[in-house]
Design a protein around this ligand. Structure first.
Ligand SMILES: [Ca+2]
Ligand SMILES: [Ca+2]
Length: 241
């Protein structure tokens, strides 16, 4: 009996030793597995945000069509700082600005992309005049908005979009951060030349796949509103001709 007790203690020590070693091994394996798992999760999460943003852009595009059917014109951009979600119109029934923030409250859509930044919105003045409603004959060649694709190829000719809605993507460069505590936060200027094109407030925009050139990333997302689609929807709803 006296010999069995130390033996039992030795066994107990051995078991404790094993469990500590096992635990350490298990932790190492677990942390490695977490590392392997987290990377695809991060990628998945990033992808999900792009999908969510694309979905919101499509909804905003649909809401623009709905707005045109109800009111016979596209809404003006929101020119307020900070933006309040409603268009800004001058006394002469034209827009305060041609390019600004998508008036999300007026359209009843999400205020921001999946990264919490407002959508950039430009609409051609032919379609936003609140008193002179556009005609089918004028709509086709009215717009001067131009969208180029890969390697500068123009994708929007012959039918130039009546409006575009743009998300500045994951990097958000050139965009406006959403309001927090009554304050808006402007993002830094873009580095990629095509992102600069999307943030410079002129009539030219770029819509292409994600691209990284050195340290410069292009990750913007854009939807166009074709005048043909606009007219087709308005004719179908008997709002034109
Ligand atoms: Ca971007
Ligand atoms: Ca531009």
């Amino acid at each position: 009996m006296s010999q069995r007790i130390p033996e039992f203690q030795r066994m107990q020590k051995l078991i404790h030793g094993f469990s500590l070693l096992e635990m350490a091994l298990a932790l190492v394996i677990l942390s490695m597995m977490m590392g392997w798992l987290m990377t695809p999760l991060r990628v998945q999460n990033g992808l999900h945000k792009y999908q969510q943003t694309d979905q919101r852009l499509t909804q905003a595009q649909q809401a623009l069509l709905g707005h045109a059917i109800i009111y016979h014109y596209l809404p003006c951009p929101d020119a307020d700082q900070p933006p309040d979600g409603w268009e800004n119109v001058l006394a002469n029934q034209t827009c305060t600005i041609d390019e600004g923030i998508l008036p999300w409250l007026q359209l009843g859509v999400a205020a921001t992309d999946a990264w919490g930044r407002f959508f950039r919105y430009r609409a051609d003045s032919t379609f936003t005049h609140h008193a002179q409603w556009f005609a089918i004959s004028a709509a086709e060649s009215a717009s001067n908005i131009q969208v180029t694709g890969e390697a500068g190829a123009v994708t929007s000719i012959p039918s130039r979009p009546g409006a575009i809605i743009l998300s500045h993507g994951e990097n958000g460069l050139g965009g406006i951060q959403s309001v927090s505590g009554g304050q808006t936060y402007a993002m830094s200027a873009p580095v990629h030349p095509d992102e600069q094109e999307n943030a410079d407030g002129d009539l030219v925009f770029v819509d292409k796949a994600q691209q990284q050139t050195g340290g410069a990333v292009f990750d913007d997302r854009l939807v166009m509103l074709s005048p043909k689609l606009l007219i087709q929807q308005m004719v179908q709803a008997q709002r034109l001709p």
